[in-house]
Design a protein around this ligand. Structure first.
Ligand code: NAD
Length: 328
């Protein structure tokens, strides 16, 4: 099988090439993101491997079909970037990596929360400049604080376990509560009203789009902390900026951003950032942003490479595609 890998970064190549020693696929790596303009690169390839910010809308999928592509493997868990109806109509199966290391994302969530709360991002810079003042670095104990976990799937469950170790009180919201969790489920509204910290761990769907908006921010406790390592569009960034300016939101830690497709995974340090909302977010002392790196651990990348190439291999051998995603 000939495979075209889009949005390739050096680490993708490193881990996929290593894993490919077990498969011997003919792999071509493209740095370009998958877009209508770049889809023709897939001409003559049997499979396409895409990532979170690649575009797989109806037009791109039709073009890939035209190019002879027979299967699309996402090397990520989320699949909100794919028009699944169009893929199904074109008879192109879409597979993904449902779980590669939920620990990687859960641990990064805690890293963000601890860094933001204890102002480590500011302390790091101060100490390097010989400034040992503690002014503005006041944090709070996580112990006894109420944390609202939205979405108790693989990642959310681990976040709950870790937070229990910190002695936090946990509130959860999930339309499909987990049987594995001895914790208190409540409505989303109650969770937002009662939590000191809110952490989002649900997929982006039409129902969850902008679940944090002007109305939900009004319900929050004064000074609540919001953490989002799931998908940017769960949060209305404009509304969050208002909340930060008024002090209603006491801190924001995000690894994802609604319009991240034009920013993340690129070195834009020599460019002027055109996204004014994102640029405004970076000016707050109580906002911490990482560029979609929560998944980025060696174990996760190795698992992603393994499952992705296994998905292609199952397709090649006509086996059942256990990681296929379809419209619900
Ligand atoms: P999962 O499928 O195991 O769990 C998701 C949970 O969310 C499920 O229990 C589901 O019932 C629940 N849910 C669905 N709709 C909801 C809603 N409207 N409100 C509340 N809960 C809802 O997924 P996971 O592996 O735990 O991943 C969670 C999310 O994390 C993914 O959807 C993805 O967007 C994100 N993610 C981010 C990174 C990163 O690098 N930042 C990496 C992997 C995953």
């Amino acid at each position: 099988m000939r495979l075209a890998v889009f949005s390739t970064r050096p680490t993708d190549k490193q881990f996929l090439s290593l894993e490919n020693k077990n498969h011997n696929f003919e792999i071509q790596y493209f740095e370009s993101k998958l877009r209508l303009q770049t889809a023709s690169l897939a001409k003559g390839f049997d499979g396409v491997c895409a990532f979170v910010n690649d575009e797989l809308n109806a037009e791109v999928l039709a073009e890939l079909k035209e190019m002879g592509v027979k299967i699309i493997a996402l090397r990520c868990a989320g699949f909100n970037q794919v028009d699944l109806k169009a893929a199904s109509e074109l008879n192109i199966p879409v597979v993904r990596v449902p779980a590669y290391s939920p620990y990687a994302v859960a641990e990064h969530t805690l890293a963000l929360l601890l860094c933001l709360n204890r102002r480590l991002h500011r302390a790091y810079n101060r100490v390097r400049e010989g400034n040992f003042s503690l002014e503005g670095l006041l944090g709070f104990d996580l112990h006894d604080k109420t944390v609202g976990v939205v979405g108790t799937g693989k990642i959310g469950l681990i976040v709950v376990q870790i937070l229990k170790g910190f002695g936090c009180k946990i509130l959860c919201y999930d339309p499909y509560p987990s049987q594995d969790l001895e914790t208190h489920y409540c409505t989303l509204e109650e969770l937002i009203q009662q939590s000191d910290i809110i952490s989002l761990h649900c997929p982006l769907t039409p129902q969850s789009h902008h679940m944090i908006n002007e109305d939900s921010i009004t319900l929050m406790k004064q000074g609540a902390i919001l953490v989002n390592t799931s998908r940017g569009a769960l949060v209305d960034a404009r509304a969050v900026i208002h909340g930060l300016k008024s002090g209603k939101i006491g801190g924001l830690a995000i690894d994802v951003y609604e319009e991240e497709g034009d920013l993340f995974f690129e070195d834009l340090s020599n460019h002027v950032i055109q996204d004014d909302i994102f640029a405004r977010l970076t000016t707050f002392p109580n906002v911490l942003i990482t560029g979609h790196q929560a998944f980025f651990t060696d174990r996760a990348l190795s698992n992603i490479a393994q499952t992705t190439l296994q998905n292609f291999s199952d397709f090649q051998q006509g086996k059942e595609l256990v990681n296929q995603v379809s419209q619900s």
